[in-house]
Design a protein around this ligand. Structure first.
Ligand code: FES
Length: 257
């Protein structure tokens, strides 16, 4: 008992008072933030390059999700991805899960539970512009749903091989991309709040049953949100890379039928 008390006192003394990374934790707390930092860095480097490349984003019936919906402004020598990417960027950048992930992995603020950040007081998102992030996130949700609908359109258009119904490996890649993004978007905490929040009783209002069922589905996906955040993030890069390599003639799209 005495031991536990002493340990707890050391623990409390370290957190918030020690230097960056100080803790009484003896587990591998640093593994997750390190992997997250590497994962995000690789994606940021690849997606920045792909977005500014401005070439090889279409091949046959396929279009890279970084460039969809395709907005080309005649006479403007800017990559079309620039006009689209602010939507997923804003949505993911203000996402509840990603905020936790990059506060820990990128800013070490704090790096993990019960691990000291730089000697200053942790204030969460209670001050300055950070306070507006959850509200901003709600506003990014709606254009993200529109972009998602376009990606489903692209996935179905990928069955159209010059007027003939067919399916290539690229069709599956674009379908998988749209499906994973759907699981990510519909597990959004802000959507869960919009669907089921501000409600004392589902059965009392109109459409109560439908609302309750929708809330159950969204809640299920919300529980898996970190997993879909990563799967959809990397799937979108895989889909872009697939279209890019096809367009560059590196290989042929295997046709299934
Ligand atoms: Fe992650 Fe909304 S909370 S997308």
């Amino acid at each position: 008992m005495q031991d536990l008390q002493t340990r707890n006192q050391t623990f409390v003394a370290h957190v918030g008072e020690g230097g960056l990374g100080q803790t009484a934790r003896s587990d591998g707390w640093w593994v997750e933030p390190t992997l997250v930092a590497i994962g995000l860095l690789i994606f940021i480097i690849y997606s920045t390059w792909a977005a500014f490349a401005g070439t090889n984003y279409e091949s046959g019936p396929y279009i890279s999700p970084f460039y969809s919906p395709l907005i080309r402004i005649p006479g403007l020598a800017l990559s079309p991805a620039i006009f689209v990417l602010w939507v997923p960027l804003g949505f993911r950048g203000s996402c509840y899960y990603y905020r936790k992930a990059y506060y820990r992995a990128g800013f070490w603020s704090p790096p993990a539970c019960a691990v000291s950040e730089r000697p200053k007081k942790y204030r969460g998102e209670s001050e300055g512009l950070l306070r507006w992030l959850p509200i901003l996130h709600r506003w990014f949700l709606y254009p993200s749903i529109i972009v998602l609908a376009v990606l489903w359109y692209d996935a179905f258009r990928a069955f159209d091989f010059g007027g003939h119904f067919g399916m290539g490996l690229g069709t599956i890649v674009l379908l998988a991309n749209a499906a994973m993004l759907t699981a990510f978007t519909f597990g959004c905490h802000a959507l869960r709040s919009a669907v089921g929040g501000n409600q004392k009783c589902f059965a009392c209002g109109t459409g109560g049953d439908l609302r309750y069922r929708s809330w159950k589905i969204v809640s299920y996906l919300t529980g898996q949100h970190p997993m879909w955040a990563w799967l959809s993030l990397y799937m979108v890069a895989v889909a872009d890379l697939y279209v890019r390599l096809l367009a560059a003639g590196v290989f042929q799209d295997p046709r299934i039928f």
